[in-house]
Write a protein that binds this ligand. Structure first.
Ligand code: AP5
Length: 297
């Protein structure tokens, strides 16, 4: 990732471009900037107003300091059996933490909707409750992970990786999560959740006829059901899940965060929120330490 001034200015700017904010190489200006750990507009203006002349920013020291201050965005994986609540929780996590939600299942359903050869092949496997072959799914997820919005805001990977080979493909790219959330739900509940699930094609919102019913008649009348949401198919999907989950878990043991998914979605999120907030707090401490080290050198 290119060294960027976004931490200070709220705009992303390569260190080799002429900035609209003052150079970090003036000692006066630098002192003031680094006293501001906040990204608030007010403090940013303090920083700008103290510089009278623009200077080229590309001294080695300036770049080093800026790079040290660069915040690493948050990386979250969420896993669990079919209908354990991954999509439901992702919606809430995304809204609170601003991460880019990448759902392997959604990417595959979008591919099916295009009518492409890959989509047709994917559907054959999904109808049998089996994993779609890696040659289709790995590239799809990898390409999405490389997009600029992900680099900028961090990611929330839902339903990926689902096998050791998929996890290893990420490892080979140096992609690791800060936290691996595992939703644990009993099998009886999973079947009930699958058969009662409905989707709003207009908003993308997930409903459940019993646990999360539509708000009004208009929404209720347009809800759809997924082609793989039958009792027969969910049993096949569950079998596939249990065949693969252990090998994936073993790779992320050190960042594993298990959550009881048998309770209400609000209670599930409350636990997830604690886990992610603790990680963020830890990252802030590390960022401050590396920023201080950058200034000291
Ligand atoms: P995918 O779309 O990922 O399906 P899944 O893993 O089976 O998970 P679901 O989307 O069914 O459930 P969810 O956990 O998101 O639950 P939700 O929040 O909707 O994958 C589909 C297929 O694509 C796979 O079978 C496979 O073929 C293929 N595929 C996907 N990824 C792949 C990969 N990496 N490699 C190869 N193939 C891949 O909730 C479910 C219902 O429960 C909803 O109605 C919701 O309202 C309700 N609910 C949620 N939380 C609660 C709660 N706490 N209490 C009560 N109700 C709740």
């Amino acid at each position: 990732m290119a060294a960027s001034l976004s931490y200070f200015s709220g705009v992303s700017l390569s260190a080799t471009e002429k900035p609209s904010i003052p150079s970090l190489s003036t000692s006066h200006n630098r002192r003031v900037c680094f006293s501001n750990s906040s990204r608030s507009k007010h403090k940013h203006h303090d920083c700008v107003s103290l510089s009278s002349r623009w200077k080229p920013p590309c001294t080695a020291r300036a770049i080093k300091i800026v790079a040290a201050a660069q915040k690493e965005p948050l990386k979250v994986m969420i896993a669990g059996a079919p209908a354990s609540g991954k999509g439901t929780q992702c919606e809430i996590i995304k809204n609170k933490f601003g991460l880019v939600h990448i759902s392997a299942g959604d990417l595959l359903r979008a591919e099916i909707a295009t009518g492409s050869e890959n989509g047709k092949k994917a559907k054959e496997f999904m109808e049998k409750g089996m994993l779609v072959p890696n040659e289709i799914v790995v590239m799809m997820v990898k390409e999405r992970l490389m997009k600029p919005d992900v680099e900028q805001n961090g990611w929330l990977l839902d339903g990926y990786p689902r096998s050791l080979s998929q996890a290893m493909a990420l490892e080979n790219l140096g992609i690791r999560p800060d936290i691996f959330i595992l939703l644990e739900v009993s099998d009886e509940l999973l079947v009930e959740r699958v058969v009662g699930r409905r989707l709003d094609p207009v908003t993308g919102k997930i409903y459940h006829l019993k646990y999360s019913p539509p708000e009004n008649e208009e929404i209720a009348s347009r809800l759809t059901q997924r082609f793989d949401d039958t009792e027969e198919k969910v049993k096949l999907r569950l079998k596939t899940h249990y065949q693969n989950v252990e090998s994936v878990i073993s790779l992320y043991e050190s960042v594993m965060f298990k959550v009881n998914g048998d309770v209400s979605k609000e209670e599930v999120f409350s636990e997830i929120d604690k886990g992610i907030s603790a990680i963020l707090e830890n990252k802030r401490t590390v960022d401050s330490a590396s920023m201080a080290a950058g200034v000291a050198q």
